[in-house]
Ligand binder design. Structure first.
Ligand code: TRP
Length: 336
């Protein structure tokens, strides 16, 4: 850590390489991460250990992990300013996760909404890793003395359980862990599915048209926007509860172009949805074009990507080793 990093607050966040990155992950997460890079000491992780709580095709997982790194960089995350790394490259995550498992209660884990949702969706693979997922996430966060964890609303409960685990551990052994806080950005945080705008845009969306991917080709993006679900009112106006489809399109258009909601209403007043959907699609195509092109260039440069993830792993290993050593000592393991 350099001198300057010492006075900065620390941020940790991660995305699972369980699917290709979506427009939702860009606008809801990565775009904000880029803005935080100057002010904070940031760790941005590709959480492959978490990804295997659902069955993955090994070749696909490997491809998506490296491509995700390329996309992080193409979205504007500077590997010089941030520590960008692959979770499985830093064994301290798995090691601390085991220890934290022993300080996490069965009852607490049973109450996690994500566990209940995911086990309902994958009834044939309710594995122990899915159950103890929050202990691994707590390890991610606590290893770096993280102050703030930028996450979507759906991950708030995971930051809360992290605090509970840290409080329990600190209560027994003294001040070992810093207490992290969730950091939920105000705007652009929640991009919804284009085909079922009541649900968050997600790579696990059943309908492929509902989700836009960062690497998608312009004609496919346009096709999805043309089919986006709206309503029968034919008026471009924001009202998330009555008009979730149109409001979501306005939200996307607003973050893609910088236009205010009022300006969007004026621009499309009396024009009908067909025109509006085309314009939102075009704005997204133009927003993603340079990112896709840069990511494609980087994906072709395996040597560069390898140098970035190796350097990231080294920085992260260095920063986390001290915390893990302290924890080992506190719980009573013999020093090696
Ligand atoms: N659970 C998060 C998700 O599914 C991913 C994640 C893993 C994470 N470890 C993290 C997010 C640490 C923030 C901090 O979105």
């Amino acid at each position: 850590m350099d001198e300057k990093a010492l006075d900065k607050k620390t941020i940790f966040s991660g995305i699972q390489p369980s699917g290709d990155l979506t427009l939702g992950s860009y606008l809801g997460a990565i775009k904000n991460w880029v803005e935080l890079s100057d002010t904070y000491n940031c760790y941005y992780c590709i959480v492959d250990l978490h990804a295997i709580t659902a069955r993955q095709n090994p070749a696909e997982l490997r491809r998506r992990t490296v491509n995700q790194l390329a996309q992080y960089i193409a979205c504007g995350l500077d590997p010089q300013k941030n520590t960008i790394f692959i979770q499985s490259h830093v064994p301290a995550h798995a090691e601390l996760a085991w220890i934290l498992n022993c300080y996490t209660m069965f009852g607490e884990l049973s109450r996690m909404t994500q566990f209940k949702d995911k086990s309902a969706k994958n009834a044939d693979n309710i594995n122990a890793g899915l159950f103890t997922y929050p202990a691994l996430m707590a390890a991610d966060i606590l290893l770096y003395h993280t102050d703030l964890v930028p996450v979507g609303e759906d991950q708030k409960q995971h930051v809360e359980i992290t605090r509970d685990i840290a409080t329990r551990f600190n209560g027994i052994y003294g001040d070992v862990f810093k207490m992290p806080e969730p950091f939920i950005p105000k705007v652009g945080a929640r991009i919804m599915s284009l085909s079922s705008p009541d649900c968050k845009m997600s790579k696990s969306d059943k309908d492929p048209g509902g989700c836009i991917y960062i690497m998608q080709k312009p004609d496919e993006i346009m096709r999805s926007f043309k089919r986006a679900v709206t309503d029968s009112e034919t008026c471009v106006r924001c009202n998330p509860s009555d008009k979730p489809g149109v409001s979501n399109l306005m939200q996307i258009y607003s973050v893609a172009t910088g236009a205010s909601f009022e300006a969007i209403e004026n621009e499309f007043c009396g024009k009908g949805y067909g025109d509006f959907k085309l314009r939102v699609g075009e704005a997204v195509v133009e927003l993603l074009r340079p990112i896709r092109e840069e990511a494609e260039r980087l994906i072709a440069d395996k040597t560069y990507l390898e140098s970035i993830y190796k350097e990231g792993a080294e920085k992260a290993s260095h920063a986390s080793a001290k915390t893990l050593r302290k924890v080992y000592k506190k719980v009573g393991f013999v020093e090696r």
